[in-house]
Design a binder for this molecule. Structure first.
Ligand code: SAH
Ligand code: SF4
Length: 421
């Protein structure tokens, strides 16, 4: 999910305004993040009532010049009392700021987004594009269906138009997002499936890579697996949250599949797409989870060996079925211990999987610079760092891997890969 960062100084009005903006961004699928460096969207809510406040605002704007230079795809906007009637003057003074909008106004790019049309158009090599909102599943622990409502898909033509425009503006990789992308389209008149959408998007000239999140094990169709296998722009990568490796827990979670069914699905995928990269989500410490049930999850992770595991300790979300019907009875220390167990296991598995890449050459789409190095991702979603003096942003480059770790790889540049692959 894309992230937003709202920085606020000033009075209660500004704080309320920032909360309103944050709620809007969250509604649009953005996650709050801690730093401007990790955000896709940065909003500074300014105050100029005292000189000290104004200086802090201008220092903050100036300090973000470097961040904007390193990550040109980020949107930087300034609102609040600094933004008076003379916006052209502000634009001239701070050309790295994308938008100035007056306190209380809606961000200028939001009208477009609110109409359901598109995410902000960002000339970034990698862009998230929502293909649907909401979820119909009601897993017992999850607040999403209550907050985001039922599934609503965008049409194939709408999504295609948006992505064509994004590509025209510099996007090279698109990550299609939805809570359950396998049920994409069932609410539309001609009921297109995700496989149809991918087939259509695969034809867009200038687009190098397509990814999508999140799949649901109970809904993944053989047709989608065929599409992933056959479409050259679609990265061979599937995020398939299992949540738990024990049937009783899965039942209490209301996930709609058993561990055996999940295993079979993985086996089918691996037969059709031998080089598939799998990732998953796990919740530890779900109500009533015993040590033995937790061990089932650990065993499943050791067996399947996912490339990435997102693990969270269960927390009660008011309004959900689990909050109503199940007591949060696993003590916090046990949850923390189980969390660490999964993280440690995954560190070993990640180290093992990544070590196989030592000495190989991988194709990297360069996303930005950090600590003096370029970084980007392989088609298999590995984060790779490499030094190079030349401008590399948004380029596809071949990198030979010289060092591997559990979370990322280091390498050196070979020749430039042909653009388009
Ligand atoms: N639609 C996706 C992901 C939804 S939320 C799916 O079906 O998996 C993202 C992740 O947050 C979930 O996969 C789950 O692991 C975690 N999560 C959701 N609710 C949670 C809760 N109440 N406590 C702990 N983790 C939770
Ligand atoms: Fe929907 Fe995912 Fe939440 Fe289940 S976990 S209710 S599938 S969003």
């Amino acid at each position: 999910m894309p992230g937003y960062y709202v920085w606020t100084i000033g009075c209660q009005m500004n704080k309320a305004e920032s909360e309103r903006l944050s709620a809007c961004f969250a509604e649009l699928g953005y996650q709050p993040v801690e730093t401007p460096e990790t955000a896709d969207l940065i909003v500074l809510n300014s105050c100029v009532v005292r000189q000290s406040a104004e200086s802090r605002v201008t220092n903050k704007i100036v300090s973000l010049r470097t961040v904007k230079k390193q990550y040109p795809g980020k949107i930087l906007a300034v609102t609040g009392c600094l933004v008076d009637s003379d916006i052209p003057l502000l634009k001239k003074r701070y050309p790295h700021v994308d938008y100035f909008f007056k306190a209380g106004d809606n961000p200028p790019w939001l009208a477009n987004v609110m109409s359901g049309n598109s995410l902000p158009v960002r000339p970034a090599p990698v862009t998230y594009v929502p293909i649907m909102q909401g979820c119909n599943n009601f897993c017992s622990y999850c607040i999403v269906p209550f907050r985001r409502g039922r599934e609503r898909s965008r049409t194939v033509s709408d999504i295609t138009c948006e992505i064509t425009e994004l590509v025209r503006r510099g996007t090279r990789e698109v990550i299609l997002v939805g809570q359950n992308v396998d049920s994409y389209g069932h609410d539309l008149p001609d009921q297109p499936q995700l496989a149809d959408l991918l087939t259509k998007l695969n034809e867009i000239d200038g687009l190098f890579r397509l990814r999508f999140l999140t799949n649901h094990p109970k809904d993944m169709s053989p047709r989608l697996i065929e599409a992933i296998a056959g479409l050259e722009k679609v990265c061979k990568q599937i995020n398939l949250p299992v949540q738990a490796g024990n049937d009783e827990i899965l039942k209490l979670m209301r996930r709609g599949y058993t561990v055996a069914q999940y295993r079979r699905l993985i086996a089918q995928i691996r037969v059709k797409i031998p080089d598939i990269v799998l990732s998953t989500d796990i919740i530890v410490g779900f109500p009533t989870e015993t040590q033995a049930q937790f061990q089932d999850t650990v065993d499943l992770l050791s067996e399947i060996k996912f490339a990435t595991v997102h693990v969270a300790a269960y927390s009660t979300r008011p309004g959900t079925i689990a909050a109503r019907e199940l007591k949060d009875d696993v003590p916090q220390e046990i949850k923390d211990e189980r969390l660490r167990t999964v993280e440690k296991l995954q560190e070993q598995i990640g180290t093992e999987i990544n070590a196989r890449l030592l000495g190989t050459t991988v194709e990297v789409l360069v996303e930005g610079r950090s600590k003096g190095k370029w970084y980007g991702r392989t088609r298999t979603d590995k984060l790779v760092f490499f030094p190079d003096k030349n401008e590399r942003l948004a380029q596809l480059v071949n990198i030979s891997i010289t060092k591997t770790g559990p979370w990322s790889l280091q390498g050196k540049i070979e020749t430039k890969a042909p653009q388009g692959g």
